[in-house]
Design a binder for this molecule. Structure first.
Ligand SMILES: [Zn+2]
Length: 120
């Protein structure tokens, strides 16, 4: 499954940034473009599975979905596409496939809980 390999790489990245043995991951903030091909629910489920028995276990995935935005060369304007996306400029009607955003899939930030500071 596509999402499972993404989830595994998120877990790997997260474990790399943990400063020490006692710290755990609280929240992982992600950006997922509408055209990234990532299914939100599948990723949430995959992450839970991938994070089991790692230091990312129990972390919450906060997913921000990024709409697709295309750029129109003739009028220079940007259009946010709906769902399903229709690749056309909203201002002049020209069809365009010049995608400015919506394909990304990235970790924005990671919230870490310091084991030593917690419960004190
Ligand atoms: Zn246009």
């Amino acid at each position: 499954m596509h999402e499972l390999s993404i989830a595994c790489s998120i877990v790997e990245t997260v474990e790399e940034v943990l400063p020490d043995e006692n710290s755990t991951v609280k929240t992982v903030f992600l950006k997922i473009g509408a055209m990234s091909g990532v299914v939100r629910d599948a990723l949430l489920f995959s992450f839970e599975v991938a994070a089991q028995d790692t230091r990312a276990a129990g972390a919450v995935l906060e997913i921000e979905e990024i709409p697709v935005v295309v750029h129109c060369d003739p009028c220079g304007k940007d259009t946010e596409l709906g769902n399903p996306p229709i690749f056309r400029c909203a201002f002049c009607g020209q069809s365009t496939a010049k995608i400015l955003q919506g394909k990304e899939m990235e970790i924005v930030s990671i919230e870490i809980e310091d084991g030593k500071a917690a419960n004190s």
